[in-house]
Design a protein around this ligand. Structure first.
Ligand SMILES: [Zn+2]
Length: 66
């Protein structure tokens, strides 16, 4: 369970992130050394059902390790 950084409440996670008015979402890319070694991820969102705080996260943070 993801804990809210603001109030320590429970956050609803695995929420899809999209741009309003568009069908596509966000993508995070980290360029690494080597041609095809970029790390990419589509961020997901978590929302605190207590205070409304929003957090973004990726499912495989290891991919972004140097
Ligand atoms: Zn909260």
């Amino acid at each position: 369970m993801r804990q809210c950084p603001e109030c320590r409440g429970a956050m609803a996670e695995d929420l899809k992130v999209t741009i309003k008015g568009a069908m596509y979402g966000l993508k995070i890319t980290r360029k690494k050394r080597g041609l095809f070694n970029n790390a990419t991820a589509e961020p997901k969102a978590a929302v605190c059902s207590n205070c409304g705080a929003v957090a973004f996260y990726v499912e495989n943070p290891d991919d972004f390790r140097e």
